[in-house]
Write a protein that binds this ligand. Structure first.
Ligand code: AMP
Ligand code: ZN
Length: 124
C-alpha cells in the first residue's frame, strides 16, 4: 500500500501530476492523497482530489481501498472550506465522481471533483 512506485502509470496524467512531473496548482498533499485545482473550473471553487496510487476509476475499487476513499471523503469538507466554499447549509459544495464513458469520465485515474462557491456556476 505504501509502495507508491508500483502503482505509478507513466502514461497517466494524474499520476504524473501527483508526482510533480506535470505542474498543477496544489491544494493539499499527504502520503496517499493529492489535491489540485481543476484547470477548467466549472464553479468558483473547483478542485480535484486523487489517490496518489493509480486507480483507474471507481469501478476498479476493492474493499481494501475503502479506508483510503473514506479518508478522502472526510477530508473534502475541510479542503472545501479552506478553498473558499461557503459554510453549510447556505453554502456547501458538490462532490462528483464521474465513472466510465457514460459517466462522463475523461481522465482514467480516479478523482473526486469538489465544486462550490456562489451561484451561478458554469454547469449545474
Ligand atoms: P472527468 O471528466 O471527471 O474525467 O474530469 C477530468 C477533469 O480533469 C476535467 O474537469 C479537467 O478540466 C481536469 N483536468 C484535465 N487535465 C488537467 C490538468 N492538467 N490539471 C488540472 N485539471 C485537469
Ligand atoms: Zn494514474
Amino acid at each position: 500500500m505504501h509502495d507508491h512506485a508500483s502503482h505509478y502509470d507513466s502514461n497517466c496524467i494524474f499520476c504524473r501530476i501527483a508526482k510533480g512531473e506535470i505542474p498543477s496548482r496544489k491544494v493539499y498533499e499527504d502520503d496517499e492523497v493529492f489535491a489540485f485545482h481543476d484547470i477548467n473550473p466549472a464553479a468558483p471553487v473547483h478542485f480535484l482530489m486523487i489517490p496518489k496510487k493509480h486507480i483507474a476509476s471507481m469501478a476498479h475499487l476493492s474493499e481494501a481501498d475503502a479506508p483510503l476513499l473514506g479518508r478522502m471523503m472526510a477530508l473534502a469538507p475541510k479542503l472545501a472550506l479552506e478553498q473558499g466554499c461557503n459554510p453549510y447549509p447556505a453554502g456547501g459544495y458538490r462532490v462528483v465522481v464521474n465513472t466510465g464513458v457514460e459517466g462522463g469520465q475523461e481522465v482514467h485515474h480516479l478523482h473526486l471533483h469538489v465544486m462550490g462557491g456562489a451561484r451561478p456556476w458554469l454547469k449545474g
